[in-house]
Design a binder for this molecule. Structure first.
Ligand code: IVH
Length: 667
């Protein structure tokens, strides 16, 4: 009886605190004083400490700003965890197949393995002498998070591989997908709703959230499971086929993904409809199929681009749609001042998640589709992307609202909006617009950029509104007293933020480049640039032609970089950041660095190593790879069937290395 009462009070407190958080942070209209808020929180903490079994990671006591979040250790993958290129129809699959055939240069029939594409999160499991020693998330593909303790709570992951099943392997890295069981998901969400928490939006999010909880005891209560599909690394000769990989993994004790062998692409295409129909009966979410070349020899010959293997492709099932109503259309200001109209929707379920907002892209799109407030619309959600409004559904007899009129001023700073010729977006051109600054700071501090823990939107808003921060470098000038003066900021939290800022100074050159928010420079481009140039100092000296020659950069990004660095205001900001001690040097990955500054062009097929590993080896020693031959090229590495690059090299007198010579140079 007594405990029931306590539980009720806990639930009530959580709901109440959440309501005040919304009032305070989102709606800017607090109903209670800070002191009253703290009292509610203290009461909840007391109750939870008496009844630890009722504490949940989502309780407001666990997620207040300022709580120390010990991060997971970083885990660098032995080989990058790539993603898959997508196809959506049979034609695109035939294109994939034709590329495969062309690249392996054999007859037109190729054996493929078809698998389910599981909608969860990719992980790598490392075994040493048969013991599970480390597990990591995919992260950015190069580096993930060490979540070993959490993975150990998944019972189907073998702790040990029996000696007689190990195939003589001492070091093994197995890759697979951690997912949340559909059957357990509903129960988990029902529990959350019962205690006043927002339900998880979808299976993938809740799997990712559950695997990345700091307390693995809570992970253990979540309905997680795994299916494996790949070997990332092993110190043994490769197996002959993907089918054999599956068989070996299975006999070692791993739960393996569903798979089927097809003699040719026609066989694959025949399977699609059948597997699509069967996916509903599975206890995990499947968003498509993965088609892999069965022969590992062929896989190796095909190699990978920077992003995807050439020997595998995803076939995505078409996206799911739903019907709902538009409640309101609002305008959002992005990092560069672009204005995006967004529809607030009556919440609706699409592909297993609740959707309450959808993008309308721009004014022309709204006109074209004639979307109005109050309309019934069809929306769709495709994988990662934000849901979008597809079309208006006309309901006979129902009167409609007024046509949409784009606002003419910035919703934040009220500066008149501007639309450049040939551009779809209206922009707020006020460089000092607080909304843009907030977005830029938020991006700068985000996890994939400088990763400044504790610098949440509520704090960024205050720092900008109080004009305490106008540039990135201003962040690093903030003193403990400045921060402690902010609302809802205890001294301890202020200290945490100071510490987090200090720590972020060494986030690295690649992260800084991404964090600066240079147009078109995403994480990948930033990483390539950091690796190629090694330091800001070198990068600042590069011109557009040189930048555009770097593999994966291209002329668009190159021009954008040059434009950015041409602005004195940006150079000055970089100087200030550097003076404040922000690291602008890449971690030197090179072993000897003897190829430092050398430019390479690869052409033709090498016998003993894939293009990807040739590239890695050059980069490891400080060299750069460019796509075309010029006077600046130091070496052209020519394999079999080299083509026009070789001719050009000879014409320009650029040294050409054959495979033997190249390997000698590397050694
Ligand atoms: S193979 C290098 N097989 O999809 C090949 N991936 O979009 C990539 N995924 O990062 C991995 N099911 O997390 C492979 N049967 C399957 C998969 C699968 C789901 C995930 C994986 C990957 C992502 C790529």
């Amino acid at each position: 009886m007594a405990s029931n009462k306590a539980q009720k009070e806990i639930e009530k407190l959580r709901t109440e605190i959440q309501r005040h958080d919304v009032l305070y942070y989102a709606e800017d209209r607090p109903e209670i004083s800070d002191r009253e808020y703290d009292r509610l929180m203290q009461r909840l903490k007391d109750l939870e400490s008496r009844r630890p079994e009722w504490a949940t990671p989502d309780s407001p006591t666990q997620r207040v700003a300022g709580k120390v979040q010990e991060k997971f250790a970083a885990a660098t993958h032995r080989a990058p965890m790539l993603s898959l290129d997508n196809t959506y129809n049979a034609d695109e699959l035939w294109d994939f197949h034709n590329r495969v055939v062309k690249n392996i240069g054999s007859a037109s029939d190729v054996e493929y393995v078809v698998e389910n594409k599981i909608d969860g999160l990719g992980v790598a499991l490392t075994y040493e002498d048969g013991r599970f020693v480390r597990g990591a998330t995919r992260g950015d593909g190069i580096k993930g998070e060490d979540v070993t303790a959490n993975l150990k709570t998944i019972k189907s992951i073998p702790e040990e591989i029996p000696d007689d099943k190990r195939e003589g392997i001492r070091e093994l890295e197995v890759r697979g997908e951690v997912y949340m069981r559909k059957s357990g998901f509903k129960e988990l969400n029902d529990q959350r709703i019962a205690v006043g928490l927002a339900p998880f939006a979808n299976l993938r999010n809740s799997a990712a959230g559950s695997l990345r909880l700091l307390d693995h005891k809570i992970t253990a209560t979540r309905p997680l499971d795994i299916l494996v599909y790949q070997i990332g690394y092993m110190d043994r000769e490769p197996f002959a086929t993907q089918v054999e990989v599956f068989d070996k993994l299975k006999s070692m004790g791993f739960p393996t993904n569903r798979r089927d062998l097809c003699k040719n692409l026609e066989g694959v295409i025949k399977l699609i409809e059948q597997w699509k129909a069967e996916k509903e009966s599975l206890d995990y979410d499947v968003d498509g199929l993965v088609i892999k070349v069965n022969s590992i020899k062929y896989q190796e010959k095909l190699g990978s681009t920077a992003k995807h293997p050439r020997w595998a492709v995803a076939y995505k099932f078409e996206t799911e749609q739903a019907q709902t109503k538009i409640l309101d259309i609002v305008c959002q200001v992005g990092r560069t001042g672009s204005i995006t109209p967004v529809a607030n929707l009556e919440p609706v379920q699409v592909s297993g998640s609740t959707v309450a907002r959808a993008t309308l892209h721009n004014e022309d799109e709204i006109r074209r589709k004639d979307v109005r407030v109050g309309d019934t619309v069809i929306i769709e959600k495709a994988g990662e992307v934000i849901p979008k409004v597809v079309q208006v559904v006309e309901i006979p007899g129902e009167s409609r609202g007024e046509p949409f009129v784009m606002r003419s001023d910035c919703p934040e700073c009220k500066t008149p909006l501007h639309r450049a010729e040939g551009e779809a977006a209206w922009r707020c051109v006020n460089a000092a617009c607080p909304a843009q600054l907030k977005e830029r700071l938020w991006h700068f501090a985000s996890r994939k950029a400088m990763d400044v823990d504790h610098l949440g939107p509520a704090i960024v808003d205050q720092l900008v509104d109080k004009e305490m921060v106008k540039t990135f470098s201003d962040l690093y000038k903030l003193k403990l007293e400045d921060l402690a003066s902010l609302e809802r900021m205890a001294e301890k939290s202020a200290q945490n933020l100071v510490d987090a800022l200090e720590k972020s100074k060494t986030a690295g050159f690649d992260r800084l480049l991404f964090a600066l928010g240079i147009r078109l420079v995403g994480q990948r481009a930033a990483a390539v640039l950091a690796q190629s140039y090694g330091s800001m100092e070198n990068l600042l000296k590069a011109d557009a032609d040189e930048l555009g020659e770097i593999m994966e950069i291209g002329p668009g990004i190159a021009q954008s970089l040059v434009d950015f660095f041409d602005e004195e205001i940006n150079r000055e900001e970089i100087r200030r950041l550097s003076e404040l001690g922000i690291v602008m040097q890449a971690e030197v990955r090179e072993t000897s660095g003897k190829l430092k500054g050398k430019q390479f062009v690869l052409t033709g097929t090498l016998e003993s190593l894939s293009r990807e590993s040739a590239k890695e080896k050059i980069q490891e020693q400080g060299g750069r790879i460019t796509t075309s031959v010029s006077k600046k090229t130091d070496y052209v590495v020519a394999g079999a069937d080299p083509g026009s690059k070789l001719t050009k090299a000879e014409k320009l007198g650029v040294p050409v290395l054959n495979e033997e010579e190249f390997k000698k140079l590397l050694d």
